[in-house]
Write a protein that binds this ligand. Structure first.
Ligand code: ADP
Ligand code: MG
Length: 261
């Protein structure tokens, strides 16, 4: 049964999509069966996997609206080694429609339940907002992975996200855990980045991944080639960092499983 991980942070540009696409590719290289769910109307993860976001195929919109079974909307991206539920601007309409829908927070969870047994991990790329789409992801997920760019305002936004997570834990999803905090675009020569990184470790000693994602131009270039960086330039520093993250994530999940057995 898949472990479902929402990749969330309401700040834009912190590396959610980059993390989602490259972690998916890295986990796939570790022979894990992966589904990437693009829940952001910008459709950046979809494009980053080389999939046309404006084709006639059903997307996350039809899935959230229960117009199709999720199986009909999933595409296999051979080159990336994983499956994708594409997303595009139609998701904005889903956001509006869900506002007064019944059980509006549960739509994604119910659809994912149909295919959970087909995957080891389902990664959800969230929009840069704490809207109903993100809430659907948090209600469906077992863990939240939070990418954090270590700069001055990083921790401020984190409080709002943690409050939202605890509200979801108290209402619709008691199982929800913090999967991990990931330092992205990290530059160790930058004093502020080091200070914020150290502050994060003090506050969340168990949750911060020891893997840091460096600022690396290959990670920024890869989406314009419709490929995860891991395919585009496998031995770049960015790709190697995401491979290390995948190993760390798998190792931690195995420890948790062993501890609860
Ligand atoms: P989000 O999904 O949180 O909005 P993205 O993953 O789209 O963030 O990243 C924002 C921008 O920064 C994109 O142009 C992306 O290519 C670039 N980027 C992300 N991570 C890195 C990195 N580690 N090094 C260099 N550029 C990065
Ligand atoms: Mg994004």
């Amino acid at each position: 049964m898949a472990r479902i991980i929402a990749i969330a942070n309401q700040k834009g540009g912190v590396g959610k999509t980059t993390t989602c696409v490259n972690l998916a590719a890295a986990l796939a290289m570790n022979r894990r069966r992966i589904l990437l769910v693009d829940l952001d109307p910008q459709g950046n993860a979809t494009v980053g996997c080389g999939v046309d976001k404006d084709s006639d195929r059903p997307t996350g919109y039809e899935v959230l609206m229960d117009q199709v079974n999720i199986r009909e909307a999933i595409v296999t991206v051979e080159e990336c080694g994983f499956d994708l539920l594409p997303g595009n601007g139609d998701l904005t309409a889903a956001e509006v429609a869900l506002m007064d829908a019944q059980g509006r927070e549960q739509h994604l969870r119910r659809q994912l339940a149909r295919i959970r047994q087909d995957y080891d991990y389902i990664l959800i790329d969230c929009p840069p907002s704490l809207n109903i789409l993100t809430i659907n992801a948090l209600v469906a997920a077992h863990g939240v992975l939070i990418p954090i760019q270590c700069e001055y305002y990083a921790l401020e936004g984190l409080t709002a996200l943690l409050n939202t997570i605890s509200r979801v834990q108290q209402s619709a999803n008691r199982e929800l855990q913090i999967q991990g905090l990931l330092r992205t675009m990290f530059d160790p020569r930058n004093n502020l980045a080091n200070q914020v990184g150290a502050q994060l470790l003090r506050h969340f000693p168990k949750q911060v991944y020891s893997t840091q994602i460096p600022r690396n131009v290959r990670l920024a270039e890869a989406p314009s080639h419709g490929q995860p960086a891991i395919q585009y330039d496998r031995y770049s520093r960015g790709s190697l960092a995401y491979m290390a993250l995948a190993s760390e994530l798998i190792r931690k999940d195995m420890q948790v499983t062993a501890a609860s057995a």
